[in-house]
Design a protein around this ligand. Sequence first.
Ligand code: NAD
Ligand code: UDP
Length: 319
Amino acid sequence: MRVLVTGGAGFIGSFLCERLLEAGQEVICLDNFFTGRKKNLDHLRDHRDFELVRHDITEPVLLEVDRIYNLACPASPVHYQYNPVKTVKTSVMGTINMLGLAKRVRARLLQASTSEVYGDPTIHPQTEDYWGHVNPIGPRACYDEGKRVAETLCFDYHRQNRVDIRVIRIFNTYGPRMLMDDGRVVSNFIVQALAGKDITLYGDGSQSRSFCYVDDLVRGAMLMMDQEQTIGPVNLGNPVEFTIRELADLVLEITGSKSRIISAPLPQDDPTRRQPDITRAREALGWEPRVQLREGLEKTIAYFDALLASDEVHRVRMS
Ligand code: NAD
Ligand code: UDP
């Protein structure tokens, strides 16, 4: 099996490349290195079944592959809002290019969609048949609407051209290899706590998220790709819900940090609650998360602790 992973140098993608190689598959990783790093793949570089290609998926590409995991797209609000038009292009033109490739070489394509398709949800927890509540003109729209169109494209290529698709809706996923300046809450709080800086709690911290450890997510994505029963969409996430204030308290407790929690403005359109209903994933894939938040945070904190102590961070700060 030859597998293409777009966005493979990023946080989730790098773990996916690793697991696919462990499963004996040939992996071609394609990335434009916007938020991805070659360093995430250093340990795979010499693997005989691994290739890394610099490419932007908004441009067409022709590769003989059997499967495509389409992960290319910045996921952190800070990064996807940096160049919103490019974010839309990546989700729309990029997904068209990847579906066109899948059609041409008869590959199966798995689309990394997101809980953001539900927007600020009016039903709780979110099931896959909920159509969502998204502001189409707000600052998050480039990502949310881009991902919604990407899902539309998957289903239209499936109906119109019989492209074999799989769609997963990923809920907040965290773990090692998130960027230090990523802007997402888990990496922000951990780096702030370890550096003894103030913890930036946006709003009053009563908004909730459900956090999935990266190993669980990658296992779910591979199960989804490898089964014949459902094309999706299927929610993948950890259904245990926490408020953001609870997350801040937990990070402080585990790190033993003396950082203060300070209040910062709540970003516009920040979803109030988010929790996946994973009945479909349980039934179709026999999947559920195994790593609970405390254990996942401990692993992620150990990663950032080592990184902060390393020369690499020093070099980044001096440059
Ligand atoms: P990430 O930012 O670490 O990874 C995205 C990767 O895509 C990076 O390597 C980046 O360089 C690459 N990329 C971006 N635009 C590209 C382009 N035009 N061409 C080629 N490569 C490009 O983010 P992540 O958390 O690893 O997310 C991976 C995927 O999962 C994304 O599609 C994201 O939308 C989706 N997702 C993630 C989460 C999460 O909580 N981590 C939640 C929902 C959905
Ligand atoms: N958040 C926060 N402090 C931060 C970063 C984020 O309180 O330093 C909040 C943010 O407002 C949101 C939640 O944490 O309510 C999750 O934010 P993230 O950017 O990680 O993901 P998303 O909003 O896309 O779920």
